[in-house]
Design a protein around this ligand. Sequence first.
Ligand SMILES: Cc1ncc(C[n+]2csc(CCOP(=O)(O)OP(=O)(O)O)c2C)c(N)n1
Ligand SMILES: [Mg+2]
Length: 283
Amino acid sequence: MDKAELLKLKKGSAAIRLEAVKMLKWRRYGHLGGAMSIIELLSVLYNKQMKHDPKNPKWDERDYVVLSKGHAGPGLYATLAVQGYFDKEMLYTLNEGGTNLPSHPDRTKTPGVDATTGSLGQGTSVAAGLAYSIRMEKSSQKVYLIVGDGELNEGQCWEAFQFIAHNKLNEVIVIIDWNKKQLDGPIEEILNPFCIAKKKEAFGFHVIECDGKDEEAISNAIDAAKEVKDSAVCIVMDTIKAQGVPYYYDRSDSHSPKFGGEADAALDAVIAELEAFIEKGEI
Ligand SMILES: Cc1ncc(C[n+]2csc(CCOP(=O)(O)OP(=O)(O)O)c2C)c(N)n1
Ligand SMILES: [Mg+2]
């Protein structure tokens, strides 16, 4: 990837993170940790890898994102606003009564949202069904299924994965956000999923591992996933919960903090840094 393209993707990540952090700080609470760990992925998907059209969200040939870890909705909303699916001002209705931006995505409310998610596990079956219909229609569309590592505790995920693998449904690229934490602690302590990559391999997937902090690595992993023709494919993406907001890296409330005081100061520092990078950042 050349430097100009990488800079575009990094500024794309910064623009999404900026809007998401500003929105969550304004709301005074929300799912920061899991939204932040997929920002680089969302930048790569919407700025480079996906076929989509913000002016025509229902375009027949679009690729689909299924955000199965639906609590990361604010990350997706910030992405869609930056892309122009709707005005950025709408971000400041997050979670309000009657909003089109409920905390978890709803396909009947938000332009650009193709799957209603939030009950963990269910998005994996939705994505399997979408991929199967793409296969039946002989379409070239793709489904990008984003699953949390804690979410893997849901048995439904493994039922859907088995279906995807059995049918060699590479129309869906399964992406696991391996941020090593779930709601109330490290995944290994709450309910250990053991080695996710080995487990996915045992389930019949071609597994690609990548650094989820690095846009180039993510994009290369997706390129490699698109080349897999004879089996299901899964990317295990190594990330940090609350990625890009270091104040939360070691805090136990990183999943869904309440803001104010010291936390606001930390968010303000991140906002200032992101704004400066977007304006005149180099790599
Ligand atoms: C079926 C179901 N059970 C419980 C919850 C509550 N819940 C929301 S997020 C979460 C933890 C998810 O962890 P992980 O998938 O690792 O998310 P991330 O670290 O990416 O935020 C839980 C238990 C839920 N949304 N759905
Ligand atoms: Mg997690």
